[in-house]
Design a protein around this ligand. Structure first.
Ligand SMILES: CC(C)(COP(=O)(O)OP(=O)(O)OC[C@H]1O[C@@H](n2cnc3c(N)ncnc32)[C@H](O)[C@@H]1OP(=O)(O)O)[C@@H](O)C(=O)NCCC(=O)NCCS
Length: 344
């Protein structure tokens, strides 16, 4: 591309506007020590292990300690990813953190993580796409690598969902858990890396899954707290229907863009919300059970951390090797959804 000569420097022209690929160099994850089992929940609300297991596939979930905020979970995952990527905190150019449970409304949790890990040269910001957040963050990060704006990006999905759960509401409290997953993104020469990410949203259905209070619409007052507006709320049945349709459409679109058949995918990592959603999507996609990675039974739904933790566990357990094709599919509040194909 030839642009007219002007009397200033355009730093973006250094590589003649040529892009480059973006790879996940390393991943890491962390879940808190405390295990909350279905048997424990039986003591807290009118539920049963049998109901939770057959309706959701969840056996247990991890709950952060009182002193642990989302940034603390994120830092633990980030440190593991940095160590595996053999990078120092000073090398990180940008931190993008996806969460619906930030330490506080502002500053961003990404900035708090920056300070805690000592990434003093990094820019840092949060994104909010609920359970779809990690794929959204990966796709945003990829743009900076592709355009050569940044060389090394830390992407994190982290949640302390236990802080917004109504522990007296059996409809929601059995479903969620805490945790964090992190990825280091860089250009890896001769690797394709992140091939595509399809993202979508439907704000018309925002009311299906939300936390109404605490923001500018319903600032916290005694009344909003008494009405429980600071808790996560969900219409489970409706959310379920949209989850299956949206995840399937996103996955098919991602495969179509890469001219891939599902049989070529080594590992499918769906958002871990409900085993029945995962199976319905997998069946319609034509994915074999052996292609699926599921850790929902141990972690429940950890929202933005969900596929990030699953990706890390799939890699560290040897389910994914370098060169394998991975399909990640997400869905969450917003509504939001997405799918990404990665050449690992
Ligand atoms: C929440 C979910 C597990 C409920 O499963 P379901 O099969 O749709 O169950 P229903 O909502 O029809 O509820 C059936 C009954 O079980 C009851 N129930 C709900 N939670 C229960 C629990 N923890 N223990 C026992 N009974 C429970 C309901 O009160 C209802 O009783 P009723 O028929 O007397 O009213 C399911 O809808 C779901 O997973 N939805 C999507 C969730 C999701 O993906 N959210 C996050 C997106 S990121």
């Amino acid at each position: 591309m030839t642009l007219p000569a002007r009397k200033f420097k355009n730093p973006r022209a250094r590589h003649n506007f040529q892009g480059r690929t973006c790879s996940v160099i390393a991943v890491g994850s962390y879940v808190p020590d405390r295990v909350l089992s279905n048997a424990d929940l039986e003591q807290m609300v009118d539920t049963s292990n049998e109901w939770i297991l057959t309706r959701t596939g969840i056996r247990e979930r991890r709950i952060a300690a009182q002193h642990q905020a989302t940034s603390d979970l994120a830092v633990k995952a980030a440190r593991i990813a940095m160590q595996r990527a053999k990078i120092t905190p000073e090398q990180i150019d940008l931190i993008i953190l996806a969460t619906i449970t930030p330490d506080m409304p502002f500053p961003s949790t990404a900035c708090l993580v920056q300070e805690k890990i000592g990434a003093m040269h990094a820019a840092a910001f949060d994104i909010q796409a609920a359970c779809s957040g990690f794929i959204y963050a990966l796709e945003i990060a990829q743009q900076f690598i592709m355009t050569r704006t940044y060389d090394t990006i830390l992407v994190i999905g982290a949640e302390k969902l236990s802080s917004i759960i109504n522990w007296a509401d059996r409809n929601t409290c059995v479903l969620f858990g805490d945790g964090a997953g992190a990825a280091i993104l860089r250009n890896r020469p001769r690797a394709h890396g992140l091939l595509t990410a399809c993202m979508g949203s439907d704000g018309g259905r925002a009311g299906l899954l939300c936390m109404p209070g605490g923001g500018s619409a319903f600032p916290p007052t005694h009344e909003t707290v008494a009405a429980g507006l600071h808790y996560l709320r969900m219409d489970g049945k409706e959310t379920f229907k949209y989850a299956v349709t949206a995840m399937l459409a996103a996955a098919n679109e991602a495969l179509r863009r890469c001219e891939l058949d599902i049989s070529q995918i080594k590992c499918v990592i769906p958002h871990q919300a409900n085993r029945r959603i995962i199976d319905a999507v997998a069946n319609r996609l034509g994915a074999k059970p052996s292609q699926l990675f599921v850790n929902l039974d141990r972690h429940g739904n950890t929202s933005a951390a969900s596929v990030a933790i699953a990706l890390d566990e799939a890699v560290t357990s040897g389910r994914i090797q370098r060169g394998d094709l991975v399909l990640m599919i997400v869905f969450g509040a917003g509504l939001t959804w997405g799918a990404a194909v990665i050449e690992w």
